[in-house]
Ligand binder design. Structure first.
Ligand code: RIB
Length: 296
């Protein structure tokens, strides 16, 4: 019998190749940066590790390559206790993210999808029992859209981070509870900007059951179908590296919703997790345990 999970993540897993720079080069320019650091990352794997490290029973559905990165990525998910029965291997390279981190902790990322691009609806169909057993299925857009849509169709509750931004069908939006975006992603979906409250209401009008907009150091807003919008502050922290903070936020949100928290409470908890992560370098390497979040 398939065990039941709090959170099942279907998504990407990348090796993050990170260089710190004083400033980013323009076209045709070369700049010197720090030594290269390699971290386990990928928006999907990051969500899974964030949830598992906080205490969620978590499983992951995805693809790694047959290269050395694939082995490292598998080991790192396993270390945090993520169930990997549905982590498949593809001949060829794993996903890789080329990341520069600036002096203020801001990041720029180029993703080469590698094996993530091979995750298909058949892989999702094989994991049907797993997806149906989960209280929450957490999704993002670094795997092909047909796989995301198939996973959403099998889910009891979908938490969907529309990142990196790309057009998605109305059916997927209608299954989100919540749709999670930052302000840039919200503006991409709406083709318009405005205050976070206005953006949240406009997104709700597109069909999701609820919406969360993340605002970095400013916290987040959470909006339910009833139109109630709650502003959630974030604890003040010094940012060293913001890479993967949104993924930690989403993984934590998924776990608290799986536990039965109301959306504003789950969002407030997720904002504290997001704040804890920016104080250390890397994505998964910076994610907190529950005791650290409680002390924040
Ligand atoms: O959101 C941060 C993540 O985006 C990184 O870990 C990188 O792998 C890219 O997927």
């Amino acid at each position: 019998m398939t065990p039941s999970y709090d959170v099942v993540v279907a998504g990407s897993v990348n090796a993050d190749l990170v260089v710190r720079v004083a400033r980013r080069p323009g076209p045709g320019e070369t700049v010197l940066g720090s030594d290269l650091a390699t971290f386990p990352g990928g928006k999907g794997a990051n969500q899974a590790v964030a949830a598992a490290r906080l205490g969620a029973r978590t499983a992951f559905l995805g693809r790694v390559g047959s290269d050395a990165h694939g082995r490292l990525l598998r080991e790192s998910l396993a270390r945090d206790g993520v169930d990997l029965r549905h982590l498949r291997e593809t001949d060829g390279p794993s996903g890789v993210a080329l990341i520069t981190v600036g002096p203020g902790g801001d990041n720029s990322i180029i993703v080469s999808p590698g094996a993530n691009g091979r995750l298909d609806a058949e892989d999702v169909a094989e994991a049907d029992g797993l997806l149906r057993s989960a209280r929450v299925v957490s999704l993002q857009l670094e795997i092909p859209l047909p796989a995301v849509l198939a996973a959403a169709r099998a889910a009891r509750r979908v938490v969907f981070n529309l990142s990196p931004p790309a057009p998605v069908p109305a059916e997927l939006l209608a299954r989100c509870d919540p749709l999670v975006v930052n302000e840039h992603e919200a503006a991409f979906v709406l083709g318009d900007t405005g205050s976070p409250v206005r953006l949240a209401r406009a997104l709700l009008a597109l069909g999701p059951r609820s919406v969360v907009i993340t605002l970095g150091a400013e916290g987040a807003v959470a909006a339910g179908r009833d139109g109630d919008v709650t502003a959630i502050p974030s604890p003040r922290v010094e940012a060293v590296d913001t890479t993967g903070a949104g993924d930690a936020f989403t993984g934590a949100l998924a776990w608290r919703l799986a536990r039965g928290d109301k959306l504003p409470d789950a969002t407030a908890f997720a904002a504290r997790v997001g704040a804890a992560t920016v104080r250390r370098p890397g994505a998964q390497s910076s994610y907190p345990r529950l005791t650290e979040v409680e002390g924040l």
